[in-house]
Design a protein around this ligand. Structure first.
Ligand code: IYR
Length: 255
């Protein structure tokens, strides 16, 4: 007898009602290869201690605009990019590309292009509401961190895939995927003992030309990376307490 959820006349092998077989979902495709999960199961006490220790490290992360010119070895950036690349991604397309700029002339050209646009943003494009939101941070169009920091990492999002023969294919959830990778990059840089600043110049299409990236890639975020300057400062801010960012089960309206 046919299962009601399988088109009648289907010759596909039938799995259980709750869990279709691979061939039912992906007719004609080769079976995927699996391997055992490598996983360290820790005791509840250790789990809690590690969760807390990680928070304690992350809560010291701050965004400063004041970078030292001290050098940072390329290998440190490479490890952080490898950490970023452990992020999950839509259909495992890994649609990210981290372009790390250290050449002073190239950094200067990036700064020049960014500041030209940011000048327009701050003097003309910004609404009053936006301006009032940024007043507490005191940001402006001068981006000295783009030339002070030893590295400027520009993260590109592969909007779609591009084969060598020029044909294209779809990618999935690229903004979510690349954003997750950027989050891991921030954690990796902080863990390594460096600092970075997430900068989103807008527009920033010119970065594709400056850095020679193909048409299927779009810049998403710019991150100077280095040590903080000795006199680095940060705005006095507080983070939302747990009660404001977390809820378990039903909220106020969910009776
Ligand atoms: N992209 C601009 C403006 C800016 C916008 C927000 I929202 C910020 O949190 C900070 C800055 C800039 O980078 O200066």
């Amino acid at each position: 007898m046919d299962r009601p959820d399988v088109p009648s006349g289907s010759t596909a092998p039938q799995g259980s009602r709750d869990h279709p077989t691979f061939q039912e979902v992906y007719p004609g495709f080769p079976e995927p290869q699996f391997e055992p999960l490598t996983f360290t199961r820790r005791s509840p006490d250790e789990t809690l201690a590690r969760a807390r220790a990680f928070y304690e490290e992350m809560q010291t992360r701050r965004t400063t605009r004041h970078f030292s010119r001290d050098a940072v070895p390329r290998e440190v950036i490479e490890w952080a990019v490898l950490s970023a690349g452990t992020a999950p991604s839509g259909a495992h397309r890994q649609p990210w590309r981290f372009v790390a700029v250290q050449d002073p002339d190239l950094k200067a050209r990036i700064r020049e292009a960014v500041e030209a646009e940011e000048y327009r943003t701050y003097t003309a494009r910004m609404t009053d509401e936006w301006r009032s939101a940024l007043a507490a941070l005191g940001t402006d169009y001068v981006k000295e961190h783009l030339t002070d920091a030893p590295w400027v990492v520009v993260v590109f999002r592969e909007k779609y895939g591009l084969r060598n023969d020029g044909t294209t294919y779809k990618n999935y959830y690229t903004v979510e995927s690349v954003s997750m990778a950027v989050g891991l990059f921030l954690a990796a840089i902080h863990h390594a003992g460096l600092t970075t600043l997430t900068h989103t110049p807008n527009p920033m299409g010119y970065l594709s030309e400056l850095l020679g990236r193909p048409r299927n890639e779009e810049p998403l975020i710019v991150m100077p990376v280095g040590y903080p300057a000795p006199d680095a400062h940060v705005p006095k801010l507080s983070r939302k307490p747990l009660a404001e960012i977390f809820q378990v089960d039903l909220g106020p309206s969910g009776q």
